[in-house]
Design a protein around this ligand. Structure first.
Ligand code: SF4
Length: 122
């Protein structure tokens, strides 16, 4: 018989912030969730937690010096590595919202703000 692990998390999928418990002892038991999305998120959080990285990247020759970006979900233990790699990236405009501008270990990075070429406005 395998030992029981119990994870307790506040679900962050919506503002209800349900207190969800995940018990792992050969099978997975989940309690406290109010919807399937929360159950799925809590199980993933217990087994293989991931985070979306939100940051800014440098822009050369744009109307803004930096642009906001976000990643696909990244395994939590890889977040620092992804941020370190992204700190080396410099983009050239034009940049469109949703454009994939980098990929780090298979994790895609998307622009979340438009940047045009030209002078910086400040
Ligand atoms: S379990 Fe469902 S209802 Fe509760 S916080 Fe998560 S997403 Fe929202």
């Amino acid at each position: 018989m395998s030992p029981t692990s119990k994870f307790r998390v506040n679900c962050i999928v919506c503002p209800m912030s349900c207190y969800v418990e995940v018990e792992l002892d050969g099978e997975i038991r989940v309690t406290g969730y109010r919807c399937p999305r929360g159950k799925e998120w809590a199980v993933q959080e217990a087994l293989s937690p991931k985070r979306v990285v939100v940051t800014v990247l440098k822009v050369k020759g744009g109307d803004l010096p930096v642009v906001s970006v976000k990643t696909d979900p990244v395994p939590r233990d890889k977040v620092r590595e992804v941020i370190r790699e992204l700190s080396k990236v410099e983009l050239v405009p034009p940049l469109r919202v949703g454009q994939v501008v980098a990929e780090v270990d298979g994790v895609k990075v998307y622009v979340t703000r438009e940047v045009r070429g030209g002078q910086q406005t400040f």
